[in-house]
Design a protein around this ligand. Structure first.
Ligand SMILES: Nc1ncnc2c1ncn2[C@@H]1O[C@H](COP(=O)(O)OP(=O)(O)OP(=O)(O)O)[C@@H](O)[C@H]1O
Ligand SMILES: [Mg+2]
Length: 463
């Protein structure tokens, strides 16, 4: 009603589209199904990539849920919520964006019949919040933590987590190499692990091969000022990095140069990598930074590699801060599903059905992993259910042999925080979409509507 008071004009305008009530909810749910259809085949190690071409003809190949959704340029207001939530997962933990989208859409799909039957959305939302809380505490309970003091153990953990994140990417073939490199890169940072201190530079040409040596930016800034413009203009990124790494400050002329405006580094050298020349600043005293140089043929390829490395870097940072892990490949989802199903049997009424629906929806992750690999999903899921009922907590899909396996032993590890975040984000998205029962749209072609009207409604803001 408040919307009506604030924007009466929109309602009066000819062509304004309003729809409300159950049909509106159902149509929003359907829109979210369409979104999940768009990304579902990209999930997991056997997932496919998408090639997207924008209006300017620029082609992008990606497996990253957030990137795909961003490029899809979704206009449907409810579906856009889902896109925003997936992107919030990307910002928060970097990985797991496809999972969030699939889970949220599946939650809604399982609920659809209850909505059609006239069950009040608030009842559903309440049940979902309960289920999410239960699932999160269960995840925390069963997550395994690896001792931080043991450096070797920690390193192993980090590499495994990075490898799991890279499994589903274009560069999965070289995942061990890249996992090691990502861990090295993150470990070379200082305690706060500032993401922006890891630079990724892409050089065209050559096979995708990675400069093992990290280019430590450290340097005297006047040097930069004098030398760089000749070579190539400095990007703001490099300037910022350089300033933080070596101290010094930006001078507009060499006239007033004093001791304290200068930064320092131990060694400055210029090397040729591919077609470009690079300035390396080694042994910088102030901050720890590093740069990864990627060389590859097609631009699309190096760009996707950069995105994949970003996922892995985020995962490693997460895993350093929080060392508890769970097994992936659908294992954690199956375990939570079992737990919630058992729990739902102990409570009466609608809540039982709804929590049961939540439990069922969790199975989408292993199911989709199977589907994408061409496995018989029903068969594998039956096996998994049976195994989890017998206490096989970490059993998940074995992607190499059409079977199930203990994914903890198989080292398909993921930081538990990633899964927790994915679950909460997905259920928030589902609840948000359920709580919208009316959409009011400006007629098309009208000059920019007032803020808050039409398109923007129901939009989630990432937290
Ligand atoms: N070796 C493996 N065997 C089985 N499952 C695996 C393996 N490696 C990764 N997975 C699973 O694949 C899923 C992750 O797939 P993917 O990386 O495509 O999607 P995402 O992480 O949800 O989203 P995105 O990476 O696009 O942000 C997780 O459920 C993970 O447990
Ligand atoms: Mg991933």
């Amino acid at each position: 009603p408040s919307l009506l008071q604030h924007t009466p004009v929109i309602l009066l305008k000819e062509g304004t589209d309003t729809s409300q009530g159950i049909p509106q909810l159902i149509s929003n749910i359907n829109a979210c199904q369409v979104i999940s259809e768009a990304v579902r085949t990209t999930l997991g190690p056997r997932g496919m990539d998408k090639l997207m071409v924008d209006s300017r003809g620029k082609a992008t190949i990606s497996n990253d849920g957030a990137t795909i959704l961003k490029l899809l340029d979704v206009v449907h207001p409810a579906a856009k919520t889902l896109v925003d939530i997936a992107r919030s997962q990307d910002a928060e933990v970097g990985d797991g964006t496809t999972s969030v989208t699939l889970l949220a859409a599946e939650f809604l799909k399982q609920l659809k019949s209850y909505v059609e039957d006239g069950l009040h959305p608030q009842t559903i939302i309440r049940a979902f919040r309960t289920a999410t809380n239960l699932a999160v505490s269960k995840t925390k309970e069963i997550a395994v933590s690896v001792k931080k003091d043991d450096k070797q153990e920690q390193r192993k953990l980090l590499e495994k987590c990075a490898a799991t994140a890279l499994n589903s990417k274009l560069i999965a073939g070289q995942k061990d190499f890249f996992a090691k490199m990502v861990v090295d890169a993150v470990m070379s940072l200082d305690e706060l692990l500032p993401l922006k201190m890891i630079g990724i530079k892409k050089v065209q040409g050559g096979a995708l091969e990675v400069g093992e040596d990290f280019l430590d930016f450290s340097f005297a800034l006047w040097l930069c000022f004098v030398i760089f413009p000749v070579l190539h203009p400095l990007s703001t990124f490099s300037v910022r990095c350089l300033l933080q790494a070596c101290g010094g400050s930006i001078q507009t002329s060499v006239g007033a140069m004093t001791e304290d405006t200068l930064g320092q580094c131990e060694l400055f050298e210029e090397v040729q990598i591919g077609g470009e020349r690079y300035n390396l600043f080694k042994g910088c005293p102030k901050a720890k930074t590093c740069t990864i140089i990627l060389r590859g043929g097609a631009e699309q390829f190096t760009e996707e590699t950069e995105r994949s490395l970003h996922d892995a870097i985020m995962i490693v940072r997460r895993a350093i801060k929080n060392d508890s892990i769970v097994a992936g490949g659908g294992a954690i989802e199956m375990e939570l599903s079992k737990y919630l199903r058992d729990y739902s049997r102990t409570i009466p009424g609608k809540q039982q059905l709804l929590i049961g629906a939540y439990a069922k929806a969790l199975e989408i992750i292993p199911r989709q992993l199977c589907d994408n690999a061409g496995f018989d999903a029903t068969n594998i899921l039956n096996k998994l259910r049976a195994k989890h009922a017998q206490g096989g907590t970490w059993y998940g899909v074995d992607i190499n042999n059409e079977d199930i396996t203990d994914n903890f032993v198989a080292c398909v590890w993921e930081p538990s925080i990633v899964r927790i975040n994915a679950l909460t984000a997905a259920s928030e998205a589902a609840c948000l979409i359920l709580s919208v029962d009316e959409t009011i749209k400006n007629p098309r072609g009208s000059v920019d509507g007032p803020p808050g009207g039409g398109r923007g409604r129901g939009r989630a803001h990432a937290h």
